[in-house]
Design a binder for this molecule. Structure first.
Ligand SMILES: [Cu+2]
Length: 68
């Protein structure tokens, strides 16, 4: 089963921020694709299992940013 969810991350200001967020989310088990857009802070996460918001939130927090 594959799922896609979209979140909004606050606090990203440059390509380095984008890379950090992508890296942390990609490290979550089951995540198959992560697309981060700096302009609006949107993050699209595809996974091959049900992925909870709290898991994504923990990864984003780990990178030093927050979910809106
Ligand atoms: Cu940055």
């Amino acid at each position: 089963m594959s799922t896609t969810s979209t979140y909004t991350v606050t606090g990203m200001t440059c390509g380095h921020c984008v890379a950090s967020v992508r890296e942390e989310i990609e490290a979550l088990p089951g995540v198959t694709d992560v697309e981060v857009t700096l302009d609006d802070g949107s993050v699209r996460v595809a996974a091959d299992r049900e992925l909870g918001r709290s898991e994504v939130e923990a990864a984003v927090t780990e990178a030093g940013y927050a979910l809106a």
